[in-house]
Design a protein. Structure first.
Length: 540
């Protein structure tokens, strides 16, 4: 009976058990949420919010008709990978319309076959470029600008769906879950990165999907412990909760995340540690003795024994093209450098390891000056956003017709909705305080996971050239921090203040996003209108 009561208690949020169920620790009546919606209705609302986000990302996806920022690397790499199997070099300049210009100019105009025969040195693994390449293949090739951006748009929409379902699992309140998806749908970094052929959107959605699976594993493990509570031998031996298909799927997704950029390694390490700690704590709450050593440590070792190999193999699978094409970059390095490198490995693997060593050297020493270089510590506050595109336009198209005497410009600025990012950063700090006040709430680690994995590791690379748009990987957890505080307000207040707070957040952020949307999506605007968005000098 003691065990059964303990397991029953696990089904309640920790702070509700402490508060006695119907009254909060602050002495006010706790607001009970409405009964959960039927799955069909719940998924219907999820689809509506995702459709809204898709429209913001896909309408005018081919604008600007130009190679934007680092699309010069990733889109052209993806196109040559699709055609030859591996990234190829491009000439420094070409003659086009009688002028010597960057190959980006004819590429954007549809002249996309000017690559060279030599393999290109790329500093990121191939998976992200393959995603872009599949979009090119499905939507008509690089002659269509929207085709090289459609994969990132799909990733952005998928992230909205995953975030809604994750927030629903964490907070069990549909308004908060839909609010999370809506904030993701209207945020500037989310919109810009979904409309540009770069890699970081893939990191974000793969990591978010992996984390969703690990939360699902936690729910599965709790149900397994609950089922064991009714068995006669329940107190004799704890059930095994280390192995599940959820963790297998998470390991695969995190391997693919690292196959986009190596920063995925941090997500794998942090997420797995949090997941194992969740397992251990559930054993503790179930009443098992020596729960940390017997359950926690044992579960952790068993988890590592299968998740690490799956993760590593998933990462290696992203390099299949490099292995099967003999003219890939550094493929024959070992044959050309006998006795060098890791000599005990076979020649191809020795070349592969040396290639990775060169990539590591590049990533850890990159400190080239750049106008939009941003200290990683400033990312959550969007202090130095990245200007992807800024052009003066002839004539007065679009909104410029409202100011015929003003210069017309078009811009794509990777700047998050300031209210979402500033409020989310504040809520992340407040959430930690709330969790400490509650004397523990497992959900705080779900809120902090993205910060620990996607932001904190960059503190060791403050000298490196980095950009604020890398912060797209933080966006889901910035929003989850807001949701955590909103959920706390819901639980400690009567319905009126909770509803007012939620409505206020959604209305204010929506108005700000409407204001900024033109400079996220290259709409023609008067110069003075663009300038009115530069709230901080560092945004220019």
């Amino acid at each position: 009976m003691r065990f059964a009561h303990a397991m029953l208690a696990m089904t309640q949020p920790r702070h509700e058990r402490r508060a006695g169920g119907v009254h909060s620790a602050m002495g006010r009546a706790s607001y009970t949420p409405a009964p959960p919606l039927p799955p069909l209705v719940s998924w219907g609302w999820t689809f509506i919010v995702a459709l809204f986000g898709a429209l913001l990302r896909i309408i005018r996806l081919g604008e600007p008709r130009a190679v934007v920022f680092d699309e010069t690397y990733y889109v052209k790499d993806a196109w040559t990978m699709l055609n030859t199997g591996e990234p190829r070099n491009w000439p420094e300049s070409v003659t086009y319309s009688g002028k010597s210009v960057s190959p980006n100019i004819p590429f954007a105009d549809g002249d996309v076959n000017g690559w060279l025969d030599t393999a290109e040195y790329v500093v990121h693994p191939p998976m992200g470029k393959w995603f872009i390449a599949w979009g090119l293949n499905l939507f008509g090739g690089a002659q269509h600008v929207y085709a090289w951006r459609i994969a990132t748009a799909v990733a952005g929409v998928a992230a909205i769906v995953i975030l809604i379902r994750l927030a629903l699992r964490l907070f069990h309140t549909m308004p908060i879950a839909l609010g999370a998806g809506f904030l993701m749908a209207i945020d500037g970094v989310g919109i810009v990165m979904s409309r540009t052929g770069l890699l970081d959107n893939f990191i974000m959605v793969l990591a978010l999907g992996a984390f969703m699976l690990l939360v699902m594993h936690r729910d599965w493990a709790r149900a397994r412990l609950l089922a064991a509570a009714g068995a006669e031998e329940a107190t004799a031996k704890p059930p095994q909760i280390a192995c599940s298909w959820y963790r297998v799927g998470a390991a695969v997704l995190l391997g693919l995340t690292t196959g986009v950029k190596w920063s995925g390694t941090y997500f794998f390490a942090v997420f797995c540690v949090i997941s194992v700690l969740w397992d251990a704590w559930q054993y503790h709450e179930a009443g098992y003795a020596r729960w940390f050593l017997n359950a926690g440590l044992g579960t952790g070792l068993l988890t590592a024994l299968y998740m690490v190999p799956i993760y590593a193999l998933s990462y290696l699978a992203t390099w299949i093209g490099w292995f099967i094409h003999p003219d890939s970059y550094m493929h024959d390095w070992a044959l050309q450098h006998p006795g060098e490198g890791v000599t005990w490995l076979p020649a191809t693997l020795r070349s592969f390891v040396e290639y990775h060593r060169e990539m590591w050297q590049f990533h850890t020493t990159l400190d080239a000056p750049h106008d939009y270089k941003a200290n990683p510590l400033t990312w959550p506050l969007q202090i130095r956003p990245t200007s992807f595109y800024w052009e003066k336009l002839d004539g007065h198209p679009g909104m410029c017709s409202l100011a015929p005497h003003s210069q017309c410009v078009s811009a794509v600025t990777s700047l998050g909705n300031p209210i979402i990012w500033w409020l989310g950063s504040l809520c992340a700090v407040v959430a930690v305080g709330i969790a400490l006040w509650r004397h523990g709430d497992w959900r705080i680690w779900a809120v902090l996971a993205g910060f620990l994995a996607g932001w904190l590791p960059w503190a060791q690379y403050l000298h490196r050239t980095t950009f604020t748009f890398y912060s797209i990987v933080l966006l889901p957890w910035i929003i989850l921090a807001i949701c955590y505080v909103l959920d706390w307000i819901r639980e400690t207040c009567t319905p009126a203040p909770w509803h007012a707070t939620l409505c206020c957040v959604l209305v204010v952020t929506t108005l700000v996003s409407i204001f900024f949307y033109p400079i996220w999506t290259a709409l023609p605007v008067p110069y003075e209108f663009w300038l009115s968005h530069m709230w901080l000098d560092s945004w220019i």
